[in-house]
Every structure is written in structure tokens, then in C-alpha cells.
Design a protein around this ligand. Structure first.
Ligand SMILES: [Zn+2]
Length: 281
């Protein structure tokens, strides 16, 4: 069972669950308003979060979505507050609304290639046979960025895009030096081979580097990253992207040069990152 975790009086999160693809959920608590970050992958997930917040006396006033993927939005209807997303996220959720999530239809979409086995399996596991899924639309939509004042605390929501999902947004809380990164740093999973492109990777890194944060929440990382860990992740992505460009997608040459630069064998994460960039070349 996931337990609400306190970073400070103004910042809490519910850790992710890998098996059912539950992402991190955040609560940012200002003197006047509280905003939640992401709605969870099911009614159960959303209610678990609301219940644990209630136990510490916190009631949400608003909710912000990082992107449209099912695991971040299916819990929306359980959270009766105005929800915020960028325009692209709104459009994607609207496209998803008429879909059926029963096994038969999920399996057909996997066969057609419009859904991926990874998500279909996690949906089956999260919901079991009770698939009462109604996807709700966000209520407040912005184009590129939006600021929400919570009373002594600010949420800066910015659309950053990236390979994982072009609608990805990050949420920065300057007073807490915290950045909710969502899934934007993960690869594009809706492709035959999971991949990153050099262009989008480098652009995204440039956008993320400007945030002066100390704590970074990646939606499917078990715990938040500190500044050093986050910047070494960005550095790895950047190096791998630049080497992919230099060696024109030649995986062996990229691996050789990165290992030579680091003066050691590459670890699994490094090999995987290079592999995804080669897939996207
Ligand atoms: Zn995602």
C-alpha cells in the first residue's frame, strides 16, 4: 500500500506503483489553496490519495495534469475540483473519451498498433474485471504556460513536450525548489521500438535545465531525485543524444566513445538510453 510522503508542510506525494503503472501524485499546499498534481490511474488510486490527504486535514481546490496518458487521468472524475491542462492534453483526452477499455477492445487496439501491450496489461491489472472507466475533460486549459497562486506558494505550469508525449508539461514550485517532471524524460513508448529523437531530447533538456530546483519528481521513479541525480540524468541524455548525432546512429561507435569518455564500462541505464536514441535515429 502506498503511503503519503511528506517533503515539507507544503509538499507531499504518493509514491508510484510499478506493476499497475500508477504514477506519483503530488499535493502542493499553499496558505489559501491546494493543488494536486495528476489524477491517478483509476478511481481507486485517486481515492487512496484523497483519503490519505484527508487524514492530514488537506482538501484539494485544484488539480493539474502533466499529460494525457491513461495512468495520469483516469482518476479525474473522483476529484471534484477544477482541473488544469494544456490545450494539447485537453484534445488528446477528448480523443480518448469514446474508447472502450474492455479486454476485447483493448486487445484489438493493441493488434492495430494504437495501444501498447504495456498499457493494456497495466489497465487489466489495475481494474480487474470492473472496468467502469469514464474519462473526464479538464476544466481550465492554457496554451504554453500558466501560473497558479496558492497563497505564499506558486505553481508554474509549462508545456515542454518531448518524445514521451508531445503534450507533456512540468510543474515548478519555486518557493519549494521542486519540479514535477511528469513523464517527459521517458522515451516514446507508443512506437514499435521505444525511442528518443536527438532533436526533441536536446530541446527538452534545454528547457529543463533552466529550473532552479533541488528536488525532482519523475512520475514513475520510486522516489524523487536530488539535484545531482537529476542533472546526471540530463547529462547522460545529452551525451547520448550528441554522440548519436555524431556517429549517425551507429550504436557500437556511440557505446565505444561514451565508455572511453567515462573510462569505464557502460551500465544498464546508459546502454538503454543509447539504445532508445539509436531506435529514434
Ligand atoms: Zn506517460
Amino acid at each position: 500500500m502506498q503511503k503519503l510522503t511528506r517533503i515539507s508542510d507544503r509538499l507531499y506525494y504518493l509514491p508510484p506503483v510499478q506493476e499497475t503503472d500508477r504514477p506519483i501524485l503530488g499535493a502542493v499546499i499553499g496558505a489559501e489553496k491546494t493543488i494536486l498534481i495528476d489524477a491517478g490511474n483509476s478511481s481507486q488510486h485517486a481515492n487512496l490519495f484523497l483519503q490519505q490527504l484527508k487524514e492530514i486535514g488537506v482538501q484539494p481546490d485544484l488539480l493539474a495534469l502533466t499529460h494525457w496518458h491513461w495512468d495520469h487521468v483516469f482518476g479525474l472524475r473522483e476529484i471534484p475540483v477544477p482541473s488544469i491542462s494544456c490545450k494539447e492534453t485537453y484534445g488528446k483526452i477528448k480523443e480518448m473519451q469514446p474508447l472502450s477499455w474492455e479486454d476485447e477492445h483493448l486487445d484489438r487496439r493493441v493488434e492495430e498498433g494504437t495501444e501498447i501491450p504495456f498499457c493494456a496489461d497495466a489497465i487489466k491489472l489495475e481494474f480487474g474485471n470492473k472496468r467502469d472507466i469514464q474519462v473526464q475533460l479538464p476544466t481550465i486549459v492554457f496554451e504554453n504556460r500558466m501560473t497558479v497562486h496558492l497563497g505564499g506558494l506558486t505553481c508554474e505550469i509549462e508545456h515542454v513536450g518531448g518524445d514521451h508525449s508531445s503534450d507533456s508539461c512540468v510543474i515548478f514550485i519555486p518557493e519549494e525548489k521542486a519540479l514535477f517532471v511528469g513523464d517527459c524524460l521517458y522515451a516514446n513508448l507508443y512506437a514499435e521500438k521505444w525511442n528518443y529523437t536527438v532533436e526533441k531530447t536536446l530541446k527538452l533538456i534545454q528547457q529543463l535545465e533552466k529550473y532552479d530546483a533541488e528536488i525532482f519528481f519523475l512520475s514513475h521513479h520510486p522516489a524523487p531525485l536530488n539535484k545531482e541525480a537529476f542533472h546526471s540524468l540530463l547529462q547522460l541524455l545529452k551525451n547520448a543524444a550528441l554522440l548519436t548525432e555524431k556517429h549517425e546512429g551507429d550504436e557500437n561507435a556511440i557505446q565505444r566513445e561514451m565508455a572511453a569518455n567515462l573510462q569505464r564500462d557502460l551500465n544498464e541505464e546508459e546502454l538503454e538510453t543509447i539504445g532508445f536514441l539509436v531506435n529514434g535515429w
